[in-house]
Design a protein around this ligand. Structure first.
Ligand code: HEC
Length: 140
């Protein structure tokens, strides 16, 4: 009888402990074909508008895009998902920093390029949840 509280306490602390680990974000391109970034509108946009801050020296937002932009989307799917998110909401480049911003056409083209690839994968994975198709990023 006296053992139960101990088991209960161990169980609770064990669950609390597990709860302290952040659950890893699912790979949004898990079943996707390989998507090279170069050449693409994403590549050009990152070259022109992002690398001044997101390089190995400045590391703004703790993010260096210089090397990974030369690779495939699939190499760092979560980073590119964040990039997609930041461009979709026009959070990046920051408007208040006095840096040049992409024009509307560029935002749209790069969003389209990324949406096509991330949404395609949602379809490939057999997930036909409508909300996810409409909005693959926010519904993760
Ligand atoms: C003037 C400097 C500057 C430029 C240019 C810039 N960023 Fe950032 N970026 C930051 C800073 C500062 C942060 C961290 C603070 C924050 O999140 O606002 C950040 C954070 C980020 C993050 C991680 C956090 C988040 O908001 O999701 C991503 C992704 C990102 N930037 C993408 C980009 C992309 C893509 C471009 C080019 C289109 C870009 N940035 C251009 C300064 C910059």
């Amino acid at each position: 009888m006296k053992k139960y509280p101990i088991i209960a306490i161990s169980l609770v602390s064990c669950l609390t402990f597990i709860g302290c680990f952040p659950t890893p974000r699912p790979n949004p391109l898990a079943n996707a074909p390989t998507y090279p970034i170069k050449p693409s509108v994403l590549y050009d946009t990152v070259q022109s508008y992002c690398l001044d801050c997101h390089n190995a020296d400045k590391m703004k937002g703790n993010l260096d895009l210089t090397r990974i932009v030369e690779g495939n989307l699939n190499d760092h799917p979560r980073i590119w998902q964040d990039v997609f998110h930041s461009l979709k909401h026009k959070d990046m480049p920051p408007m208040d920093e006095g840096v040049k911003l992409p024009d509307e056409q560029t935002y749209q083209a790069v969003n389209f390029w990324l949406a096509q690839r991330f949404e395609q994968n949602v379809q490939n994975s057999g997930n036909t949840d409508n909300q996810q198709l409409d909005n693959p990023i926010e519904s993760e």
